[in-house]
Write a protein that binds this ligand. Structure first.
Ligand SMILES: C[S@@+](CC[C@H](N)C(=O)[O-])C[C@H]1O[C@@H](n2cnc3c(N)ncnc32)[C@H](O)[C@@H]1O
Length: 252
């Protein structure tokens, strides 16, 4: 396949909102996936309305933040660690959403926001880097999300948790830190245990999680087993915060 044919695959009719964006912009600002397909699919499961305040945790190059502001009229705090807010601000201004998107540099365990500030928190292809500890949501995010607000995740992972090690045929393209990729059930249980949500829903991007993994592999010219054997897929999870906060058992 030529580079041009691969670039054409960035536009997918199943993601009509993402299809409005320049493929070159998407390609130049990728960080391991087609972030607009992921956020478009996630947003379909959420109730985003103009005027809402949304935290985009691990926003990378702020493409998902720009998308949410443009498509849903929400105000987004584009929070990242590795990508500078100066760089993101340029992209935000070029996209014409400087009134709606605010770039912030903050580490996930030391977030500078007020309690109950956000109507929604999302994280696209990022939460695995900081959110796998049993206590992460309860200790570092829960207080920022207002009662009844939604928490949305798009994460890549295997169909089921591996029995000990990743299968042999996937070993050549598997880095040791990839064990932070978990299956849908694992994430749902991780959130359920926090006892901070009244509803948790999730699926493999409405049955599209394997297809978009393979499509991304074609775009990137990856022929490895890991991207093509149908084990790894994208999942989305939306959890609705309890209407009232349970007592904090750690108060002495
Ligand atoms: C693979 S990139 C994905 C970026 C973006 N969401 C996207 O889909 O294009 C993961 C992002 O997580 C952020 N990240 C990783 N560890 C973090 C931490 N401890 N605190 C805040 N952000 C973190 C990084 O800065 C990085 O931009």
């Amino acid at each position: 396949m030529t580079k041009e044919e691969r670039m054409n695959l960035l536009i997918d009719e199943k993601y009509p909102l993402s299809a409005k964006y320049d493929p070159k912009l998407i390609f130049d600002n990728k960080m391991g996936c087609h972030n607009l397909w992921l956020v478009e699919s996630l947003a379909r499961m959420m109730k985003l309305k103009p005027g809402m305040k949304v935290l985009d945790m691990g926003c990378g190059k702020a493409m998902t933040s720009i998308f949410l502001a443009k498509e849903f009229g929400v105000t987004v705090f584009a929070n990242d660690l590795w990508i500078s807010p100066d760089e993101n601000w340029e992209r935000i201004c070029e996209a014409g959403v400087e009134d709606l998107v605010f770039p912030i540099k903050a580490e996930a365990h030391d977030l500078p926001y007020a309690k109950n500030f956000f109507d929604a928190i999302i994280s696209v292809n990022s939460y695995q880097f900081f959110g796998t500890a049993d206590t992460y949501f309860a200790d570092h995010l829960s207080h920022l999300l207002r009662a009844g607000g939604e928490f949305g995740l798009a994460v890549w992972g295997p169909e089921h948790e591996f029995d000990r090690m990743v299968p042999n045929d996937m070993q050549p393209s598997w880095w040791p830190d990839f064990y932070y990729f978990h299956c849908l059930d694992w994430w749902q249980l991780n959130l359920e245990r926090a006892k901070l949500f009244e509803a948790i829903n999730g699926d493999d991007m409405d049955g599209d999680g394997v297809r978009i993994t393979r499509r991304w592999a074609r775009i990137m010219d990856k022929t490895d087993v890991m991207h093509n054997n149908g084990v790894m897929r994208w999942n989305r999870i939306v959890a609705k915060r309890n209407s009232s906060q349970p007592d904090d058992h750690r108060k002495w």
